[in-house]
Design a protein around this ligand. Structure first.
Ligand code: ADP
Ligand code: MG
Ligand code: MG
Length: 252
């Protein structure tokens, strides 16, 4: 069974159809990238899958490990193994990073099987070291006063701590300098295993120099219009999207 299976998805915002018959399948062990011009619905895809109330799914299905995601409440989606890093991570005051992570991990586990404090701290230390994060980070309030780069790094920390089945990473590269980009990529690469599938959404090819995708999809006008291997991203970087538009007879 595919880790993530999106079939014929149609999504509207305020009565306007943004996703038009979007389909995609991701297996365990695979990293896929979606690229595409601004405004084609990439973030809409991420928000719709996560259950953002503004996005109305008019038809189609989303299955996580064979289970119907669209029937789940938002918190159930995360518990079922879906992880979403948003383009604009929100600030939550009054809760530290460490507290947040520990309760998020425990929310995914059975009652009575909570992670011990020792194990949690050991894991947190290990992952923070991998991401070259300062120890003080764990005691800071979630996203409060974090720089753009710190927020991104922190999202990857969440990814490494929560170990989801599927992660959807929307523009985790935006606003990162090259060093932060490398660290963030290192974190995603560390997740690579047969037990994990990943969808990277990006406007730029840059990130894909550090995370080599198994498949690259081009999204235009609300659906995937072309798929290929990592070489497709390189071609897009060099030639832009016009050749695809010409090939498909798309005007904009
Ligand atoms: P991308 O991530 O590919 O740049 P988006 O999914 O953000 O594209 O946007 C797709 C289209 O949906 C755009 O035309 C955008 O203006 C519209 N859109 C996205 N989010 C909203 C929203 N919350 N309210 C109204 N329109 C939206
Ligand atoms: Mg955009
Ligand atoms: Mg976007």
């Amino acid at each position: 069974v595919p880790f993530l299976k999106i079939e014929n998805l149609h999504v509207e915002i305020e009565g306007k159809e943004i996703l038009k018959d979007f389909s995609l399948e991701i297996n365990g062990g695979e990293i896929h990238a979606i690229m595409g011009p601004n405004g084609t619905g990439k973030s809409t895809l991420a928000s719709a899958i996560m259950g953002h109330p503004k996005y109305e799914i008019t038809s189609g299905s989303v299955l996580l490990m064979g289970e119907d995601v669209l029937e789940m409440e938002v918190d159930e989606r995360a518990q079922a193994g879906l992880f979403l890093a948003m383009q604009y991570p929100s600030e939550i005051s009054g809760i530290t990073n460490a507290d947040f992570l520990r309760s998020a991990i425990n929310a995914k586990r059975e009652e009575g099987d909570e992670i011990s404090l020792m194990k949690f701290i050991r894991k947190l230390d290990e992952k923070m070291a991998l991401l070259e994060m300062d120890e003080s980070f764990s005691q800071r309030y979630l996203n409060e006063g974090f720089s753009g780069g710190e927020k991104k790094r922190n999202e990857i920390l969440q990814l490494l701590m929560l170990e989801p089945k599927i992660a959807i990473l929307d523009e985790i590269d935006s606003g990162l300098d090259i060093d932060a980009l490398k660290v963030v990529s290192q974190g995603v690469n560390a997740m690579r295993s047969s037990e994990f599938g990943c969808l990277i959404i990006t406007h730029y090819q840059r990130l894909l120099n550090y995370i080599t995708p198994d498949k690259v999809h081009v999204m235009m006008q609300g659906r995937i219009v072309k798929s290929g291997g990592a070489e497709l991203a390189t071609k897009l970087e060099a030639e832009g999207y016009d050749w695809i538009k010409a090939e498909l007879g798309i005007e904009d």
